[in-house]
Design a protein around this ligand. Structure first.
Ligand code: ATP
Ligand code: MG
Length: 285
């Protein structure tokens, strides 16, 4: 039977979330023994644990059919693969930083400057598009110390909190691009593998939808029912059931979590009571 081979990061920031996503999709995986490949007992998928930097190449060559990694690595490696879907985790920014006592005006600051980075392609492309000439110094890691040891004038790297920058006497001056985890695919999947991928995508969709949405129940006085319903953008329209107490109804619906926090005050001022917000485990639209 045909199996879909998925490459995920062996160890690092993406590993746990990648496995969690597969598990949330109902795909069982045993990760007990530190094997570099494993099969799921309940879904036609084989998991390959690799270094994230190598995933674009393996997916291009078909060693793996699909993979999960940061968009930053996808852009940097620039292989012939198809990005399928952003996954919403491992969100980070790729930024330019300079010594903190330097006066910064705009991008022209970088003209003829030397910039150390592990992402030379992304950086070069960015400055080419801006028509600014820079010298790109490629290094593998510990990019933040490059200016203080005289290797470069500036750095281009992933920034999350900025505290690593500060302790190395740097300040962030530009965000070049934002990245998150993405599912990528080989460009020549056969029909059987494509069908498995479609099944997987269907499940990913259900998992993602459910994490963004909440099921809400509330009690509403009947005279305010129409106003309350107008505030609730449901999947179709909310379910309204009469309560045992006369003049009151129970309203059930599904809404985006962020939308909920925006309307909660209005719901209360219209007299809504007993508001319950519940997790949705899976959601199929
Ligand atoms: P190595 O290859 O040496 O294991 P790496 O930097 O490639 O190191 P991780 O640090 O695990 O590996 O990062 C993997 C991916 O997670 C990055 O490519 C990026 O997409 C994302 N990432 C990196 N740093 C952060 C961060 N601080 N916050 C959120 N996501 C991040
Ligand atoms: Mg890596």
């Amino acid at each position: 039977m045909s199996k879909l081979k998925i490459a995920i990061q062996k160890s690092g920031r993406l590993s746990e979330k990648s496995l969690e996503l597969l598990k949330d999709c109902g795909i069982k995986i045993s990760t007990s023994n530190r094997k570099l490949r494993t099969e799921s007992p309940n879904f036609p998928i084989e998991i390959l644990f690799l270094r994230d930097d190598d995933i674009p190449q393996y997916v291009e060559q078909g060693v793996a059919d699909i993979g999960i990694l940061g968009e930053n690595e996808v852009w940097e490696k620039d292989k012939n693969i198809t990005p399928i879907r952003q996954l919403g985790f491992a969100v980070c920014k790729l930024c330019l930083a300079i010594p903190k006592d330097e006066v910064y005006t705009d991008l022209s600051y970088f003209q003829d400057k030397k910039i150390a980075t592990s992402y030379p392609k992304i950086l070069q492309k960015f400055f080419n598009e801006k028509g600014i000439n820079v010298k790109v110094e490629e290094i593998g890691g510990s990019v933040e110390i490059a200016p203080s040891i005289g290797l470069s004038n500036a750095i281009f790297d992933i920034v999350s909190t900025g505290s690593t920058l500060l302790t190395n006497g740097l300040k962030q001056v530009e965000t070049v691009v934002e990245s998150q985890a993405v599912l990528i695919s080989n460009q020549n999947l056969d029909e059987k593998k494509q069908a498995i991928l479609n099944r997987l995508l269907f499940r990913i969709e259900a998992v993602k939808q459910s994490s963004e949405n909440k099921y809400i129940l509330l009690n509403a006085p009947n005279e305010k029912l129409n106003e309350i319903i107008a505030l609730l953008p449901g999947m179709k329209s909310p379910t309204v059931l009469p309560l045992a107490e006369k003049g009151w109804s129970s309203v059930h619906t599904v809404i985006k979590e962020d939308a909920f926090w925006d309307i909660i005050e209005q719901l209360k001022s219209l007299g809504a009571e007993g508001i319950l917000v519940l997790e949705i485990e899976k959601m199929i639209l």
